[in-house]
Ligand binder design. Structure first.
Ligand code: ZN
Length: 316
């Protein structure tokens, strides 16, 4: 049995193939072509799967998809995704018809959480919150060693928790105002960086943004060089994240919070701000010993999707 994991994000679609023991056999990525119809998009990702099926001739396949949006894991429907244009479409049915394999789909942060729990931490923690930090801000929950997906598979829409109810609250890609993602997603960070550069055109951050292609890493590079505005943006990042997390921690009492995704690599500049918020909590115990860790696993979305499909297939 070979499991193919597909991580469908707003910018890239990443693929990974693993065997029954979780050994990675192959991986690749293609840009997410949002100009295609849903059908055209399925055909495009199917062509990668079909090519791999030829490479692993004679094996049985199962496919797992992690989708950056509200995805019904039982019905296999992608309902809504802020950064992907195809809504209310039967993503599982379409891919099954196109490839002839059994497919599973759920939210990308959910499969990332499953991958981190199974692969990276080898089931060390039974109660985990995995926060994915990138264009979008997602969350996957491991409760008592199991992936918690909620009644309709919508659990973990953490990026759309409100952190600002004021009139000047920032607009989010989902259409609402004041969502956490509008403040700490990469689009929100980019706006803050541009604003900082206008205020301090001779700063390290301004110099880096002028010389290099835009990347969130530049914010870390500027912070490393002691750029005050960059440090302030990271501090605000940690503060906003922890404000939203505090409510979730009171609700769920996790043992560890795992930060994943590209933006998590800036963690050394924002986890102290998170601790400041946690330390101010009145109910101390859920916050006192909670671990804040960073996932080191690259492409955990695709790997998690492949592991998720394997676990679903083994449940049968
Ligand atoms: Zn939102």
């Amino acid at each position: 049995m070979i499991s193919i994991g597909i991580d469908i994000g707003g910018t890239f679609v990443k693929f990974i193939a693993i065997n029954q023991n979780g050994k990675i056999l192959k991986n690749t990525k293609i840009p997410t072509n949002i100009k295609l119809t849903a059908q055209g998009f399925i055909k495009e990702i199917s062509s990668v799967v079909k090519e791999w099926q030829k490479d692993f001739k004679g094996d049985n396949f199962v496919i797992g998809m992690g989708v950056a949006g509200d995805t019904d894991n039982t019905k296999g429907i992608l309902h809504f995704a802020p950064n992907i244009p195809w809504h209310n479409f039967k993503i599982v049915d379409m891919l099954e018809k196109e490839t002839g394999n059994t497919c599973y789909a759920c939210n990308d942060a959910n499969v990332a959480a499953w991958g981190i729990h199974e692969y990276e931490f080898k089931k060390k923690y039974k109660n985990l919150m995995v926060i994915t930090l990138g264009t979008g801000v997602g969350c996957g929950l491991i409760v008592d060693g199991k992936l918690y997906q909620g009644f309709s598979g919508s659990a973990g829409e953490f990026g759309h928790i409100k952190v600002d109810y004021s009139k000047s609250a920032l607009k989010c890609a989902c259409g609402h105002k004041g969502c956490l993602e509008a403040y700490i997603g990469t689009k929100g960070l980019k706006k803050q960086m541009e604003k900082a550069v206008k205020l301090a055109p001779k700063s390290v951050l301004a110099k880096l943004l002028k010389e290099k292609e835009f990347a969130i890493k530049l914010l870390s590079d500027a912070a490393k060089a002691g750029d005050k505005n960059a440090l302030k943006i990271w501090h605000n990042f940690g503060y906003c994240l922890a404000v939203a997390l505090s409510d979730a921690v009171l609700l769920l009492n996790p043992e560890a919070i795992i930060l994943a995704g590209g933006v998590a690599q800036g963690s050394k500049y924002f986890t102290s701000a998170m601790r400041e918020v946690f330390d101010k909590q009145v109910i101390k115990r859920p916050f006192k010993d909670i671990k804040i860790l960073v996932s080191k696993q690259k492409d955990i979305g695709a790997l998690g999707a492949a592991l998720y499909a394997l676990s679903k297939q083994n449940e049968k």
